[in-house]
Design a protein around this ligand. Structure first.
Ligand SMILES: Nc1ncnc2c1ncn2[C@@H]1O[C@H](COP(=O)(O)OP(=O)(O)OP(=O)(O)O)[C@@H](O)[C@H]1O
Ligand SMILES: [Mg+2]
Length: 311
């Protein structure tokens, strides 16, 4: 659905995008994550045909951004990171204006506007002035606007930035609905955790280079090099530590809490998972109270992947 090949953008002497190869399939909700200045907006603008690449290629719905921009524009809905300036009108007038641009007329226009207002929960604001809307409502209106022509692909540049937690959740719910409608969505953010519930895949970009692209669970696996499990044994914790330490797949076993018998076990990279840890203890007749995998924080995962590249 979206593909870039060696996509490169140079601003004067700054390489904002450095041979970016990105593949997003139909129906994917692709979280595009990276710190400030990573190149997210640049990528999205090129895909939206608003900016020309310096070199390389990008395709959206099979059309090239170099030369087939017109076709692409019909297929996409682009929401920029900042709201436009058509604010001196009502919500309905605003949507009518854009519907007219998309050549949606008459009955169709009324129906489509009603539909997008309903979808974005803005029906009750249809007569409100755009500049009287809250930031969260404006974000939803921006989405309503790009849904008018029923695009297959949505390119959203930080749609949740600057929103309070409740508005963020509203946007997320809305995006889930769009996902269920079968749209392909590219959504940028610099907050990984914001996307975890929503995205089927994530890409991590830093300094114009894609550091990782794939299913979220793969990134978690990749950063799980330090795979840690906490086991609590009923008694003889010291001996349990000794048994664990001798196992080939255990790189570290440490008694964290002697009174509770809580042991932190780090398994080596060669280990498939941590399930052998309780098994080993049971085989050696230790009574187990609890086993808990250490939760991997998404932000930690992100920091690990981008480690060393953050200025
Ligand atoms: N018009 C421009 N002229 C010169 N440099 C630019 C221009 N637009 C972007 N850049 C530079 O290109 C790099 C990538 O910027 P971009 O806006 O794509 O990053 P981003 O990932 O969207 O960041 P943010 O999270 O802050 O929105 C930055 O170093 C930025 O300063
Ligand atoms: Mg940006």
């Amino acid at each position: 659905m979206i593909e870039t090949r060696y996509l490169t953008k140079v601003y004067k002497d700054l390489t904002a995008l450095d041979k970016l190869n990105l593949t997003i399939d139909q129906g994917d909700i692709y979280g595009f994550i990276g710190p400030n200045g990573a190149g997210k907006t640049t990528t999205i603008k090129i895909l939206s045909t608003l900016l020309r690449p310096t070199s390389g290629q990008a395709f959206v719905c099979g059309y090239s951004v170099n030369g087939q921009a017109k076709h692409i524009r019909r297929k996409i809905g682009y929401v920029p990171d900042e709201f436009g300036v058509y604010e001196d009108m009502t919500v309905t007038e605003y949507l009518e204006f854009f519907a007219a641009l998309y050549e949606i007329t008459g009955q169709d226009r009324r129906r489509v506007i009603r539909d997008v207002l309903e979808l974005t929960d803005l029906s009750y604001k249809e007569q409100a002035q755009v500049d009287s809307l809250s930031r969260g409502m404006r974000q939803r209106l921006a989405l309503a606007r790009v849904l008018l022509h029923d695009p297959e692909v949505l390119l959203l540049d930080e749609p949740a930035s600057g929103l309070d937690p409740r508005a963020r959740i509203e946007i997320r719910e809305l995006l889930k609905e769009l996902r269920n409608m079968g749209k392909t969505i590219l959504i940028s953010s610099h907050i990984l955790s914001e996307l975890k519930e929503l995205c089927t895949k994530v890409g991590i970009i830093e300094q114009g280079q894609l550091l990782f692209s794939g299913p979220l669970k793969d990134i978690l696996k990749q950063v799980r090099a330090a795979d840690v499990v906490l086991v609590q044994v009923r008694e003889a914790a010291e001996q349990a530590v000794a048994v664990l330490s001798e196992h080939a797949l255990v790189s570290r076993a440490e008694l964290l809490d002697p009174t509770e018998g809580i042991i932190e076990v780090q398994v080596s990279e060669a280990a498939e998972d941590t399930t052998f840890v309780p098994r080993l203890l049971v085989e050696n007749k230790f009574g187990i109270v609890s086993v808990r995998e250490q939760e991997i924080d998404l932000e930690d995962a992100f920091m690990q992947v981008t480690k060393g590249q953050v200025a």
